[in-house]
Design a protein around this ligand. Structure first.
Ligand SMILES: [Zn+2]
Length: 174
């Protein structure tokens, strides 16, 4: 089982590199990410969150629907974004931290699928939000970076606790 890195782990602040080829190794990483995400009841996950600095994300098209199959996206890019809406977000690297984030409502996305083929599609609402959140991770950006400093201040105690946990986990791994 892949371990999800917590806020405070420096890997979450690094930029992930483009993926050159979709290999069996990458496909099994995507499977492992989906598994780790579902165990934690998440709706999206990025490779840096499991310690891999490659541009791979998994996102659930309809987070409200339990049968909605998560989609892996390689080198995802948002080509167009429209509209704006605000909703409460969380992150598996920031357990129990929730805050309202404003993001585009509709996005046109281009990516490679797990066969290495080009694909583009439009995503709306939660699917768009999850994709944008996960692409942020590929650039070392976390959802709390979108908040005002007052709001981040409100979360400071929680963030410090998670940072301590991250440090203990990293020390535990030697
Ligand atoms: Zn996240």
């Amino acid at each position: 089982m892949l371990t999800i890195r917590l806020y405070g782990d420096p890997i979450l602040r690094r930029k992930a590199a483009p993926i050159g080829a979709v290999t069996d190794e990458l496909r099994s990483l995507a499977d492992g990410m989906i598994e780790a995400m579902q165990v934690e009841d998440g709706v999206g996950l990025s490779a840096p969150q499991v310690g891999v600095l490659g541009r791979l994300i998994v996102a659930t098209p309809d987070p409200e629907d339990l049968d909605s199959e998560p989609v892996p996206l390689v080198n995802p890019v948002v080509e167009r974004a429209q509209g704006e809406w605000t909703e409460e977000e969380g992150c598996l690297s920031l357990p129990d931290v929730y805050a309202e984030v404003t993001r585009p409502e509709t996005v046109d996305v281009r990516a490679l699928d797990m066969d290495g083929k080009d694909m583009s599609f439009a995503a709306n609402g939660w699917f768009a939000r999850v994709i944008l959140h996960e692409i942020d991770h590929l650039n070392g950006v976390l959802f709390i970076d979108h908040l005002s400093s007052a709001e981040r201040g409100r979360l400071r105690g929680q963030l410090e606790r998670i940072t301590r946990r991250a440090r203990e986990t990293m020390e535990g791994q030697g």
